[in-house]
Write a protein of this length. Structure first.
Length: 213
């Protein structure tokens, strides 16, 4: 895909949604960190339902520690992998208190050192909580980037590096949200909704699907 097409795609996505936001519910960087940690292999809807009950009880590292692993499990048991996630939440909270004064560090290396936090989670926190021009590539963004030919890569790391290279600076902070929302609601996995896609004419996917087909 050429530079002009990419620019046109980003411009349309921005015009449709000038101020995109994550669908995870959060009020502080810590709440966002925990929500993203819980969202691995789970839907944002399921995470929001759990944190709606958890955060009024515990929304700081110390409060989470006071709940303990079993206490946290009781709030997140509807989320996939809740046993290991509860363990990681406790370990992460302990590390935040011991090393960062109970605050979420605005630092990639420090974030990735937290239990259960990988590059994708760190990218989301840096982007969404602190406004960094990072791009967290999940399954939706990986699919959209490859399917449209916007940024082709064999794995999430390749796609991330390609996006960082081809997305102009003015779009970098928001492109993560535009692509994930596009993949979640329009360019869906099994049957993309090409007939209602605002970038359909710019997309280079060869097997487009329309309602009357």
């Amino acid at each position: 895909m050429n530079k002009e097409k990419r620019l046109a795609i980003l411009t349309r996505l921005r015009d449709e949604n000038p101020h995109p936001q994550t669908e995870l519910h959060w009020n502080t960087p810590f709440e966002l960190l925990i929500a993203v940690l819980l969202s691995a292999q789970a839907t944002d809807v399921s995470v929001n339902k759990a944190t709606a009950k958890l955060y009024p009880v515990a929304n700081t590292p110390q409060a989470m520690l006071d709940l303990g692993v079993e206490g946290i499990k009781s709030y997140i048991k509807t989320i996939g992998l809740f046993n290991s996630k509860a363990e990681n939440v406790i370990k992460t909270c302990q590390r935040l208190i011991n090393l960062h004064g109970g605050e979420v560090p605005e630092n990639r290396e420090a974030l990735e050192a937290l239990p259960g936090v990988g590059r994708k989670t760190a990218n989301v926190v840096l982007n969404t909580a602190f406004g960094w021009p990072t791009i967290a590539v999940d399954t939706h963004i990986f699919r959209v980037s490859n399917r449209t030919k916007f940024a082709v890569g064999k794995n999430v790391d390749e796609v991330e590096q390609k996006l960082l290279k081809v997305v102009p600076k003015e779009f970098k902070v928001d492109v993560h949200h535009w692509l994930i929302l596009h993949g979640r609601y329009t360019c869906i996995a099994r049957k993309p909704r090409c007939g209602s896609c605002i970038i359909e004419d710019l997309c280079e996917y060869k097997d487009k699907i329309y309602p009357d087909e």
